[in-house]
Design a protein around this ligand. Structure first.
Ligand code: AMP
Ligand code: GLY
Length: 413
């Protein structure tokens, strides 16, 4: 099969590696891609958020399957435009992608489906904001309603900071604080059948010890040795099944990747957020451990035949990924810094570019992530940090504690 992959980040590089390794994928084309993706796919240029342009490219390259990586193209309707050309597409329709595109919509679906999640108010005026913040008390959770690349959420003990963020957002969701370790569960679905992948943990805050502002994600690991044995089954029954049923009932079935972000609270797993695509950087670790053919799996979801897909197979051991971020990320990052040691196996490119002289340079906030596997979490973690030590990027920063608490058995439920 000929696969066209849309996107240019670390998630897409990890997807490209997985797709290229599937014998059923005879040809892999990526657009717009990045220098890392170029090592496993043929690159084409496209504006990923332009549905007609992506659909036209899919026709031109003779794609059998289009895989859409990021949320913005999905929310813009890229999957709808591709399917309108009669080409299979892995990724939800614009209507279904509202599960990620609007926090208020997601809360409405969760309420209708009876999904466990934090209590929340959608607010548009300063008075509503003030009343909601007062009711919940600190720590305050204030979420921009729309897409914000992982940076629209502020969790703070400061009432002035919470109020100011709400004021900057317009429509906001103000939510009860959910306490407990966070889990990212990815579910591949054709709208009816649903196949969970291995749960992973992401590190959202920029600095060690979960300090500093939220980011798109600074590292991840899988599996989760501390997670309850029935976690996946419980989330599939309590959350995924009812959510998919509610989306079908609304006439907008969700087909693609449902990312369930959970807090494991004393009252059980509760949804923190839904995303309509693979998580970044969790994808790097989950796909490093997946032994089943990725292209065939995504194609089964895109063609409504997931119920017939054989049970997933996984490699033994564990995987850890560490994000190397550019100077000043998650603020406006400095770009154009030369990267050394960025083209070794395990280095996944996100914000990288090729300069005219051939040098690899930074071009975004999360520049790259290094991913390693090992026989257990401690071995994978050591291997990942060995790889990080070999990457040189002026002014860069990374967390030094990815997977550390899990290795040391310090995560308590
Ligand atoms: P979101 O974009 O909704 O995933 O939020 C980003 C991050 O903010 C999450 O991964 C959590 O670390 C934190 N967060 C969001 N909602 C809550 C909540 N209700 N309680 C505690 N932390 C939250
Ligand atoms: N790593 C979190 C996300 O992709 O949203």
């Amino acid at each position: 099969m000929r696969v066209l992959l849309i996107g240019s980040g670390g998630r897409e590089h990890a997807l490209a590696v997985g797709l290229a390794a599937d014998p059923a994928v005879e040809e892999l084309i990526a657009a717009p891609g990045n220098p890392g993706i170029a090592s496993v796919a043929t690159l084409r240029d496209v504006k990923a958020t332009d549905p007609e342009a992506v659909a036209a490219l899919a026709v031109e390259v003779g794609a059998d399957l289009v895989v859409v990586g990021p949320e913005a193209p999905l929310v813009a309707g890229v999957a709808d435009a591709v399917r309108a050309k009669g080409i299979a597409c892995f990724g939800p329709s614009a209507a279904a992608a509202q599960l990620e595109g609007s926090k208020a919509f997601a809360k409405d679906v969760m309420a209708a489906a009876g999904v466990p999640t934090g209590r929340a108010y959608t607010c548009t005026t300063p008075d509503e904001v003030g009343a909601a913040l007062k009711e919940f008390g600190p720590p305050y959770v204030v979420k921009n309603d729309g897409l914000a690349a992982g940076k629209g959420v502020v969790v703070t003990d400061s009432l002035p900071v919470a109020t100011q963020h709400a004021g900057e957002c317009g429509r906001v969701v103000i939510e009860e604080f959910l306490d407990g370790p966070e889990v990212s569960l990815f579910v591949v679905t054709d709208g009816t059948a649903a196949v969970p992948l291995m749960p992973a943990q992401d590190f959202k805050r920029v600095a060690d010890g979960d300090e500093g502002p939220n980011t798109g994600g600074m590292g991840a690991y899988a599996p989760l040795p501390w997670a309850p044995a029935d976690l996946v089954e419980r989330v599939m029954t309590e959350t995924v099944g009812p959510t998919l049923a509610e989306m079908r009932k609304r006439g907008t079935p969700f087909a693609g990747l449902l990312y369930v972000g959970l807090a494991l609270t004393s009252g059980g797993p509760k949804v923190i957020e839904f995303n309509a695509r693979f998580g970044d950087p969790e994808t790097q670790v989950v796909l490093a451990l997946l032994a089943s053919p990725l292209g065939e799996l995504l194609n089964a979801a895109a063609t409504g035949t997931l119920a017939d897909f054989p049970p997933l197979r996984w490699h033994e051991g564990a995987a850890v990924t560490v994000v190397v971020a550019g100077h000043n990320y998650p603020g406006t990052p400095r770009t154009g810094d030369v990267i050394e040691g960025g083209e070794r196996p395990g280095v996944i490119h996100a914000g990288t570019a090729r300069r005219a002289d051939g040098a690899l340079v930074s071009s975004g906030g999360r520049v790259l992530s290094v991913t390693a596997t090992g026989s257990d979490l401690a071995a994978a973690r050591a291997a990942a940090y060995d790889l990080v030590a070999g990457v040189k990027l002026e002014g860069s920063h990374h967390r030094t504690d990815i997977a550390l608490a899990a290795v040391e058995g310090r995560i308590k439920l």
